[in-house]
Design a protein around this ligand. Structure first.
Ligand code: FES
Length: 341
């Protein structure tokens, strides 16, 4: 039986089919609520259930605690209505006209950016329209149907020319990424579905921006920075890139170039284990500590963070305690299944 989902925030309503999650029903109806992993692991889709019963689905305690359920919270990517429900959720306009599609694609180019990071450029058939908002991700579908998610690292107009750019880190023992390094070749055929996610640049104003990336969390941040610079070259941006060693900041030269070319662009790479030769002159330690130390108050900033959940949480908690507004914090948190960073 179908049920009606009403969003009391804007008094809109849509229908959820039997067994369909609220998020899937919303996307089918071209409505976009904030979301990330789609598997109950990141918490990005957490919203308020104002009335009605749902099956809460499967999720990590970290993403939705028992206390939060008691307070009326729900994960839209997991919750399946059991009757008509009313939710209270922010609706995002960007991305509403983006069609989620399953498409074949060819590996156009592969470029090793570091010993364990591959830049892979994928080209869907020219006859098939594929569009996305910078910061979104796609799912690569493996032969057995399993999925691995990777963020787009370039802008849609560039992707149409040079292929959709992904940054794939080799995860030892992973099911997909070792194959990318050992067996994948240019011209190979793959299948993907997407785009997904709402890690978009919010352009409602010209607030200064802090971007924080951990490792290959740089991929969506690269797209967001390129978009922000194209829209307003004078916008104040401070980009922090946390990594283990010099190899891990695998597009350091590009970030330095952004900083060299623009007065309002600051770049702070932060290494937790720089090479022992003592040549590293930059910041050391954990990236969130460098972000915290850089400003006394974060109230004026929009903050974007992408990388491992522990890094995203440290940024959220640390900056939140120093004035960052919760509604101006946007994140893309890697979860290890099905996301293989
Ligand atoms: S928990 Fe719902 S999108 Fe991640």
């Amino acid at each position: 039986m179908s049920f009606t989902v009403t969003n009391r925030r804007n008094q809109s309503a849509f229908t959820a089919n039997p067994g369909e999650t609220i998020l899937d029903a919303a996307l089918r109806d071209k409505r976009v609520f904030p979301y990330g992993c789609r598997n109950g692991a990141c918490g990005a889709c957490k919203s308020t259930l104002a009335s009605g019963k749902v099956d809460y689905g499967e999720y990590e305690e970290f993403a939705l605690s028992a206390g939060e359920i008691a307070q009326g919270k729900v994960l839209l990517c997991q919750a399946v209505p059991l009757e008509d429900v009313v939710i209270d959720a922010e609706e995002i306009m960007a991305g509403a006209d983006i069609r989620i599609r399953m498409l074949p694609c060819r590996v156009l180019r592969m470029e090793k950016a570091a010993k364990d990071v591959m830049r892979v450029f994928l080209m869907p058939p020219k006859s098939q329209e594929f569009n996305f908002v910078p910061g979104q991700y796609i799912d690569i579908i493996m032969k057995d149907g399993q999925r691995r998610s990777f963020s787009a690292a370039n802008l849609p107009e560039r992707a149409r020319e040079e292929g959709l750019e992904l940054h794939i880190r080799h995860v030892p023992g992973g099911r997909f990424t070792p194959r990318v390094f050992a067996a994948m070749r240019e011209r190979d055929l793959l299948r993907f579905e997407g785009p997904f996610g709402t890690y978009f640049l919010r352009e409602d104003g010209a607030r200064p921006v802090i971007m924080v990336a951990g490792g290959t969390g740089f991929a969506p941040v690269k797209a967001l920075i390129e978009q922000a610079l194209a829209a307003d070259p004078a916008r104040r941006i401070h980009f922090f890139w946390g990594a283990r060693d010099e190899q891990d900041v695998y597009m350091h030269a590009l970030a330095e170039e952004w900083a060299r070319a623009r007065e309002n662009f600051l770049y702070t790479p932060v290494l937790s284990e720089p090479d022992a030769d003592g040549a590293w002159r930059g910041a050391r330690g954990w990236v969130h500590e460098s972000v915290l130390a850089a400003y006394d108050d974060f109230a004026e900033f929009d903050v974007y963070a992408s990388g491992p959940p522990v890094m995203v949480d440290a940024v959220r908690d640390g900056l939140g305690a120093k004035g960052m507004r919760a509604e101006r914090f946007f994140f893309d948190s890697f979860t290890y299944a099905p996301r293989e960073p």
